[in-house]
Design a protein around this ligand. Structure first.
Ligand code: ADP
Ligand code: MG
Length: 382
């Protein structure tokens, strides 16, 4: 008779279709029941694709046969089909109470991605939307400080974490949930689990929009987010120097590969407004994002100047758009939020929001988009 330990060891070599990680590493094996030679394996997976379930059943049965188990039942629990939405999003959505997800990305850190996420989220709330702000930058979560909730412990109700509220926006951050520095080494499955937990285990209300501050670059976090929820809009944040634009291009290409409609680019630190005389002068350059936007068939949502009040607002948890809505940057954030909202409405109307085509599925299938995909294999290859 096989022991639970032996069975788990065998399941360690069953990879989740489309990935190199095993179903054990993903934490998909929820229970194992052993009655002599009869074994029931209970799985909870993240894909709704029938071929994933089929493939897992075949692989598990085959693997357990090698230790003499001939009567194996595999019971697979899949995510619930998304509830009917007020818009036309399609595909998988593990946070169905949110109508629209916005992914804020940048090619690299330090360009103002978090500052932009905060000010756009607060601007949307000032414009009457129900807004959430998720700090998914697991390697450098600094949204709590930027909205003044740093050091506060979140409340837990049942098995859900209650988001903080700041400036009319529901906020939660990886930084409020794990100790500082803990996530620095996370890769692969750990990142995927963290992102899905932030979406599923936070008690987000019914929201018009959830603004998500991503880690810089293109990687596991971006792919997992896009596979877990249909992202309505991507915003790229960059500074105007040529070197930053090169990184930015990769970020925009990632949106395209993940089939995320691009709402536009925020050109940050674009010129400097002198606090004494209010003259605007270029430091890093400005206006360089126009060509990049055209190249990617999108627009510049805002040129945000370097303003001391933005930095102070970030450090003190007082977003500039809330405290100085009439300043140059305040007005530009408000306008960017309007443009973003218009873009989301258009994409909803066109029915261009969905993530069916990037679900992890069988290797080589035309819709595969996995970390394993090779060039020309049909995967998205990020
Ligand atoms: N337009 C701006 N003017 C002045 N300071 C800014 C501006 N944008 C960002 N900052 C400051 O630059 C630093 C980096 O910004 P942050 O939003 O944390 O970048 P990222 O999230 O891309 O790493 C922060 O201290 C922030 O307050
Ligand atoms: Mg940041």
């Amino acid at each position: 008779m096989a022991t639970e330990h032996e069975i788990k060891e065998k399941l360690q070599s069953v990879a989740y279709p489309g990935f190199t990680k095993s179903i054990m590493d993903f934490g998909f094996v929820k229970n194992i029941e052993i009655n002599g030679n009869d074994v029931n394996i209970y799985l909870e997976i993240t894909s709704t694709a029938p071929e994933v379930e089929e493939s897992l059943k075949t692989d598990i049965t085959k693997e357990l046969k090698t230790i003499g188990l001939d009567n194996v039942q595999v019971v697979v629990k899949k995510p619930e089909a998304p509830k009917q939405q007020s818009n036309t999003m399609s595909g998988k959505n593990i946070t169905p109470q949110v109508d629209n997800f916005v992914m804020v990305s940048s090619g690299k850190g330090g360009v103002g991605k978090s500052t932009t996420s905060v000010n756009i989220a607060v601007a949307l709330a000032m414009q009457g939307k129900k807004v959430g702000l998720l700090d998914a930058d697991i390697y450098g979560p600094n949204i709590p400080r930027m909205v003044g909730v740093d050091g506060q412990a979140p409340k837990i109700e049942g098995n859900k974490v209650i988001p903080f509220t700041a400036y009319g926006v529901e906020v939660m951050s990886m930084g409020s949930l794990v100790e500082e520095g803990q996530a620095l080494m996370w890769r692969g499955a750990m990142v995927m689990k963290a992102i899905t937990q932030l979406l599923q285990d936070i008690a987000w209300s019914k929201l018009d929009v959830l603004v998500i501050d991503m880690p810089p670059g293109t990687g596991d976090a971006q792919l997992t987010l896009a596979q877990s929820v249909p992202v309505a809009a991507g915003i790229n944040v960059t500074t105007p120097q040529q070197v930053a634009l090169d990184d930015s291009r990769r970020s925009l290409e990632m949106f395209e590969k993940l089939h995320i409609p691009v709402a536009g680019i925020v050109e940050n630190m674009s010129g400097f407004i002198c606090p004494n005389c209010e003259t605007e002068s270029d430091i890093f350059g400005s206006g360089t994002c126009e060509d990049l936007a055209k190249e990617h068939n999108t627009k510049v949502l805002a040129n945000i100047p370097i303003e001391p009040s933005i930095r102070v607002g970030g450090d003190e948890g007082k977003p500039v758009v809330y405290f100085h809505p009439d300043s140059a940057s305040g007005k530009r954030y408000l306008r960017a939020a309007e443009l973003l909202w218009e873009n989301i409405q258009e994409s909803n109307k066109k029915g261009s929001i969905g993530n069916e085509s990037i679900q992890p599925t069988m290797n080589g299938a035309s819709s595969a988009c996995s970390t394993q995909s090779k060039p020309n294999s049909g995967g998205c290859g990020i």
